[in-house]
Each structure stands twice: as C-alpha cells, then as structure tokens.
Write a protein of this length. Structure first.
Length: 228
C-alpha cells in the first residue's frame, strides 16, 4: 500500500496568453492565502483520520510549486513523521515548450511561420495531449505526464507496503493529470474535462491494482478556467 497527495501549486504571477511551462514567477498574495486555506482544511482531515505525513515533500523546482510546498510544511507542522523538508525535482515541472519558453502563444506561432522547416501549429495545440512543439527541449503534455508518473512510481516501489504515511507531491495541474492517466487513475478522455483546484490535495491510496481517492476532488473544467 502507498498513499500520496497530488497538489497543484497556488495561483501565481503568470504572463498573459503565455504557456505556463517554465514561468519563474512567485505566488500572488491571493494564491498564497488560498494554499494556506487548503492546507488548513487538509490538516483537519489528517487529524480526524489519524494519518501522518511523510517528512520529505517532493516539489517541482519552479518557484510557485516550491512556495506551495513550503506553506504545506508550515501549516502541517506537528503532523509529519520526522523533521519536514522540501526537496525540488525538475522532473515534476510542467510541460516544457523548450527554447520558446516564456514567449506568448502568438509569438510562438509567429516563429513557426518564420521557420521553413516547421509546419504551423494545429488549432488548440496548447492543450493537445499529443502535440509537441518542434523546438529544442520541447515535450508533449503526455511526455511531461510520463516523467511525473515515473517519479511517483519510483517512490511507490520504494515504499514500505505497511506504511500509512501520506507522501506529498507538489507540481502542476496538466502534468499531474497526465501522470494520473499513466497511473490509470484518470482516463485520457477525462483530462480536458477535469482540472485541479489551486493548492488542493487529491489523496490517492494504491493497493495492488486498485486506487482509492481518500480526500480531495478534481475540478470540473469550465470555459472560464485559466489553462494549466
């Protein structure tokens, strides 16, 4: 048995009309406040359920995820099974768009038209699970999900089967959902239907081939949602 909490970072100072990808900006004050609220609700559930938390929090190396993890470290004080610390991993980052990171969608599409080696990106490319921009270092959403899933599965393989500790993974909505697809927690067709609430943990218990959601909910997508 293994239990983990998948947590999307809080709202951050994102550039408009730009893939979130590797944007380096911090949480907004409102984003920090919401993460603290979510961590507080999670703390109440932990106290009621009797679960303890693995003291090592795995977080994406991007600032917004690290900040979210640090808030959880503060807010869950006393519930860790040891001295808590945050460890950063590049493999938990959001989908990379490679050498065009932090450029606007319009600029990325313009660059594609300027390079005779490349075809124009298809409509809706930013949320297409399979599409990979033809730039150095770019990956598809499914490729990003696979590396996140590999990190989580490596932890599963090393976990004591009798452990009731909850392992926290703090990352990004799209790459976490695509990882959930690789782990048979979510169907590929559901990825566009569901998102993740900012700072909200989805707690999953893995027993053999069975996965049970113990706490938290996926977010039903609306047309007004900011893309992950």
């Amino acid at each position: 048995m293994a239990i983990c909490a998948l947590i999307r970072h809080g709202a951050y100072q994102q550039l408009e009309n730009t893939p979130s990808a590797l944007q380096p900006y911090p949480l907004t004050p409102e984003g920090e406040q919401e993460v603290r609220r979510q961590a507080g609700l999670f703390r109440e559930w932990l106290l009621a359920s009797g679960h303890k938390v693995d003291p090592i929090i795995d977080a994406s190396s991007l600032l917004r995820a690290w900040q979210t993890a640090k808030i959880y470290q503060e807010e869950l004080f006393g519930l860790f099974d040891g001295e808590p610390q945050v460890q950063s991993f590049a493999c938990l980052c959001e989908r990379s768009v490679g050498s065009v990171a932090n450029l606007s969608v319009a600029e990325i599409e313009r660059i594609l038209t300027l390079d005779p080696r490349f075809e124009s990106a298809p409509d809706g490319w930013k949320s297409d699970s399979y599409y990979c921009l033809p730039f150095d270092g770019a990956e598809s959403l499914l490729q990003a999900g696979e590396r996140v899933a590999q990190h989580i599965q490596a932890w599963q393989q090393q976990t004591d089967s009798n452990s009731l500790l909850i392992k926290l993974f703090v990352g990004h909505g799209a790459s976490i959902r695509h990882a959930a697809c690789y782990m048979d927690v979510m169907k590929l067709c559901d990825i566009k239907q569901f998102s993740m609430h900012y700072g909200h943990p989805v707690v999953l218990e893995f027993v053999g081939n069975k996965t049970t959601r113990l706490y938290g909910d996926w977010k039903q997508r609306t047309l007004q949602d900011v893309p992950d």
